[in-house]
Design a protein around this ligand. Structure first.
Ligand code: ADP
Ligand code: MG
Length: 358
């Protein structure tokens, strides 16, 4: 699948843009703060309904404007789809697929699959568990339509439960109603845990092979799911921690505290790996993400490479470019040398300057 055309209006620092993209490599270069990541971000929003950089839609609208528009024309084999995102300063965003408005964000997933790769992703292993959960969730939402529903239900229930905990602190008689939320928390929580477990198993199988190849068979990468609570113990642990939860008005157990662990040759990479190992393992994981989407959805995702090539050494750069040949790739960079050196196929190249694409 690929983005055939991108149209933007009053989006970030881009006032107007209509641009046809190539089903292959598209390079956007320019100095800092010109709008390269903004452009990439708009494609990401077209795929997931939200930005990878902010959860405040307002920030996406050009400073002095009331509304912004993103339109993406997608081609997938013989099927074309149009995604419209209408961002408004004072109300909820509107999303339409093929000119028909959708009510639930979950309906958007799957029309455009993307994998985004930015310098922060290279520190996926070093960052906090929240970033790793976000990574799993964004990926799972794209390949599994019910996952998004279960996840949003789970977080809704969690919020309700936490707010009830606060009330119980003032009025202990409300404690008897907590089980209503606990039952739902467990119901949706179990579905999330199951989906994550399966996903990480598949991701592990793929990333292991990739990592072997990058490291010339020296390193055995193992990605393991670390659920905060086992399904079989979820109910019991929730019950046992009720008093503590009330005291701290927070829910101690559940997949909102999950994590994933990375091992190289049986050694925990987060604690003992070198920075180079951590970054290479992140690269393998990201590349595995592409293959996983291909396996699960039988489509090739669009790869968004945000300023990441210059972060990699020569061998990693070459490996990355070699492995993304069949995809539509959107690359942003400040200098084009690194990119062009390793590239032997045709490409489109654009200069980004002060929100204009030349
Ligand atoms: N809502 C907005 N309205 C206008 N300009 C914005 C908005 N949000 C960000 N910008 C501008 O966009 C620029 C950053 O663009 P970005 O795409 O991140 O740069 P880069 O080319 O380095 O990737 C900054 O100059 C910033 O002021
Ligand atoms: Mg940038």
């Amino acid at each position: 699948m690929y983005v055939k055309k991108i149209s933007l209006k009053n989006y970030r620092n881009i006032e107007r843009l209509e641009l046809e993209l190539k089903n292959g490599v598209n390079i956007f270069y320019g100095s800092n703060a010109q709008g390269k990541t903004n452009l990439l971000e708009s494609i990401y929003i077209g795929a997931t309904g939200r930005s990878h950089r902010t959860h405040k839609d307002k920030e996406l609208i050009k400073f002095d404007k009331e509304e912004a528009h993103i339109r993406l024309d997608i081609q997938n084999d013989k099927i074309s789809d149009r995604i419209d995102i209408h961002l408004k300063k004072d109300s909820k965003k509107g999303i339409a697929i093929n000119n028909i408005a959708i009510n639930k964000l979950g309906e958007l997933f799957g029309y455009l699959n993307v994998v985004i790769f930015s310098p922060e992703d290279l520190s996926l292993i070093k960052q906090g568990p929240q970033e790793r959960r976000k990574f799993i969730d964004m990926e799972l939402c794209q390949i599994n339509n019910i996952y998004y529903y279960n996840l949003s239900q789970y977080y809704k229930v969690l919020k309700q439960r936490n707010s009830l905990l606060k009330k119980i602190l003032k009025d202990p008689s409300l404690k008897d109603t907590l089980f209503v939320w606990d039952n739902q928390l467990i119901e949706f929580g179990i579905k999330i845990i199951q989906a994550r477990e399966l996903f990480i198993k598949k991701l592990n199988n793929i990333s292991k092979k990739i990592h072997m190849e990058i490291t010339s068979n020296k390193e055995n990468l193992e990605i393991k799911y670390k659920p905060n609570v086992l399904i079989s113990e979820f109910k019991e642990k929730l019950e046992k921690s009720i008093d503590k939860d009330i005291l701290y008005t927070t829910t101690s157990y559940g997949p909102h505290k999950d994590d994933i662990l990375f091992f190289i040759n049986n050694i925990n990479v987060r604690d003992f790996g070198s920075q180079g190992q951590q970054r290479t393992a992140s690269l393998s994981t990201k590349l595995a993400e592409i293959n996983l989407i291909e396996d699960e959805k039988a489509v090739l995702p669009v790869l968004l490479l945000d300023d990441v090539l210059s972060e990699l050494d020569k061998d990693r750069q070459k490996f990355l470019i070699k492995n993304i040949k069949k995809l539509q790739v959107i690359i942003t960079c400040t200098g084009v040398e690194d990119v062009l050196k390793n590239l032997d196929e045709e490409y489109n190249i654009f200069k980004v300057s002060d929100g204009n694409i030349l």
